[in-house]
Design a protein around this ligand. Structure first.
Ligand SMILES: Cc1ncc(COP(=O)(O)O)c(C=O)c1O
Length: 416
């Protein structure tokens, strides 16, 4: 890997200037290089301005800000949905911006996990993100079932093939009522081709839900095409919407027609009658009918400020750069001489089968290698052996990738 190649790539990168709009460190050479956008995205300049104007609105117009002024709070939900529909490839009425991911997963399972005597099992990955597993375990208990009613997908050579998932659904079709998968696996960075799985689910009357935590803002999603039943995600990773940022849900319009049961609260009531304070909830017929409480406006504000940047850049340009940047990292890592003596890359080699993140499994001394790398780089260490590195197209450069590879190479040479 040559520095001049990295610099040349940066010089022809059409979106390189957006890097300067993101805040990190003190803008000094001592700052670490940030490769952790898969965990918490960086703050865009416009966020502070949005928060300040929110505080000003609250200070000057208080409750009237909900409905009046040049930026009524009640309209922010629609502004977010208008932009986010292009991230998801669905219609605005299929989206609601609300709560946090795990809470949303519970609300969705309340609606869509409807076991009966015959069909009650859930298929999910054996190594799903802990919170997803806890949500599913407790939902099983809520219905008088337990963990033995899970069918767990095991990975082979670090990935889970779609063929194996389809075959598992087919084999268990009489007992399975739900499949829950990630869009991108948080640990390995594997991208799932969801469309054939969705087709198989429909064939056997199996509900299909997806957690897009590591996919939204990272890869193109086309929900119209993949036609799953429901989804949720979080906004604080690739969407840069701040720690604990507001999440959202998707419900396929075919399910909106079916009067699916949901837990009710006043914010799921149609806006037109919401404040009539009736005894019965007049449910909104769109996905907004799944809302329960009034939303934290400041989190909506931050979320909107952040996704407006994506709209300005264009998702296509962003994803083109993302593929190229991670390819550059992959090539640099696999060009390190005898790299296989030190680490293997768990993430698929094919750029179509992954997003920005690469996960490196170290055969030994992973903690020491992490600590040395961590002097210059912010990366994610999943004990005991895996380092996850995510070069993010909005604010990472090819030169930073070059610096990372050179540093790792030096550390590996030193421990020889
Ligand atoms: C795949 C996945 N599921 C669930 C969660 C939990 O999210 P939250 O704390 O927002 O509920 C995370 C958070 O990183 C995640 O990556």
């Amino acid at each position: 890997m040559k520095k001049e190649d990295a610099l040349k790539m940066d010089s022809i990168d059409p979106i390189s200037e957006f890097k300067n709009e993101f805040k990190y460190g003190n803008k000094s050479p001592k700052d670490k290089i940030y490769f952790c956008g898969n965990s918490l995205g960086l703050q865009h300049n416009s966020v502070k301005e949005k928060i300040n104007s929110h505080l000003y609105q609250w200070e000057t117009n208080a409750v009237e800000s909900h409905f009046s002024g040049s930026y009524p709070w009640v309209e922010i939900q629609n502004k977010i949905k208008f932009i986010l529909k292009d991230f998801l490839g669905c219609s605005e009425s299929e989206i609601a911006i609300m709560n946090a991911l795990s809470v949303n997963l519970h609300l969705l399972l309340i609606s869509f996990y409807r076991p009966n005597k015959k069909k009650y099992k859930i298929i999910m990955e054996e190594n799903a993100f802990s919170s997803d597993r806890y949500v599913v375990n407790s939902q099983l208990k809520l219905h008088g079932h337990n963990e033995s009613d899970l069918i767990l997908l095991k990975s082979k050579d670090n990935t889970i093939s779609e063929e194996y998932i389809i075959e598992t659904i087919e084999r268990n079709k009489d007992e399975v009522c739900m499949v829950l998968l990630p869009g991108i696996q948080y640990y390995t960075g594997q991208y799932f081709d969801l469309q054939p799985i969705s087709k198989k689910c429909k064939e056997h009357n199996v509900t299909f839900g997806v957690d897009f935590a590591h996919a939204i803002g990272n890869v193109k999603i086309n929900l119209k095409e993949i036609d799953i039943d429901f989804a949720t995600w979080c906004s604080y990773k690739y969407l840069n919407s701040g720690p604990g940022g507001i999440s959202g849900i998707y419900i396929n319009s075919r399910n909106l027609k079916n009067n699916v049961f949901r837990l009710e609260g006043w914010w799921g009531n149609k806006l037109s009658t919401r404040f009539e304070m009736k005894k019965q909830c007049d449910l909104d017929k769109t996905t907004e009918g799944w809302q329960i409480s009034n939303p934290p406006i400041i989190l909506l504000d931050i979320h909107l400020a952040s996704i407006e940047i994506f709209k300005k850049i264009g998702l296509d340009s962003l994803f083109i750069k993302s593929k190229s940047l991670t390819k550059f990292l992959y090539k640099g890592l696999t060009d390190i001489s005898n790299y296989q003596d030190y680490f293997k890359i768990l993430t698929p080699k094919n750029p179509e089968r992954r997003g920005a993140q690469l996960s490196l499994y170290f055969l030994e001394k992973s903690e020491m290698i992490f600590e040395k790398l961590n002097n210059r780089f912010v990366i994610d260490y999943r004990k005991p052996n895996v380092l996850r590195i995510a070069p993010v197209p909005l604010y990472n450069s090819y030169e930073e990738v070059y610096e990372f590879v050179k540093e790792l190479e030096k550390i590996l040479n030193d421990i020889k």
